[in-house]
Design a protein around this ligand. Structure first.
Ligand SMILES: Nc1ncnc2c1ncn2[C@@H]1O[C@H](COP(=O)(O)OP(=O)(O)OP(=O)(O)O)[C@@H](O)[C@H]1O
Ligand SMILES: [Mg+2]
Length: 108
């Protein structure tokens, strides 16, 4: 018997008025697996996360969570099935030096 991965992304694409922000992304993740996404500024990391969590509708492709098709799901419904995100808001401690900030860097 084969079980579905927690997350399966198939041929996921997103375009904005001629700009291809995500081009044929294929990813699988198992329950408990931790995956890092790296890429240059503008590579499409945030667009990818926004599509998975419902904040952006893919142009094409498929997103499945535990075998359920959640492509184009609303963020509220994504949360209900167990898919959610945090938002990257970088902040600095004004009373600390640049070096101290780098050592204590937090993401809220
Ligand atoms: N709402 C939008 N409308 C038009 N273009 C967009 C939109 N959102 C993202 N883009 C474009 O899609 C591409 C990918 O952007 P994205 O924000 O996903 O990059 P990123 O990898 O998260 O970059 P960073 O490391 O700076 O956070 C960029 O060219 C960006 O300008
Ligand atoms: Mg980003």
């Amino acid at each position: 018997m084969t079980t579905s991965p927690a997350l399966r992304v198939t041929d996921l694409c997103k375009s904005f008025a001629g700009i291809t922000a995500a081009n044929n992304i294929n990813v699988e993740a198992a329950d408990g697996e931790i995956i890092g996404i790296i890429g240059a500024n503008g590579a499409g990391k945030t667009v990818f996360v926004n599509m998975i969590t419902g904040y952006l509708k893919p142009t094409s492709g498929k997103i499945e969570y535990h075998g359920e098709d959640i492509t184009g799901i609303e963020p509220r419904d994504a949360t209900h099935v167990g898919v959610c995100r945090s938002f990257q808001v970088s902040q600095v401690f004004m009373t600390m030096t640049v070096r101290e900030n780098l050592l204590e860097r937090i993401w809220i």
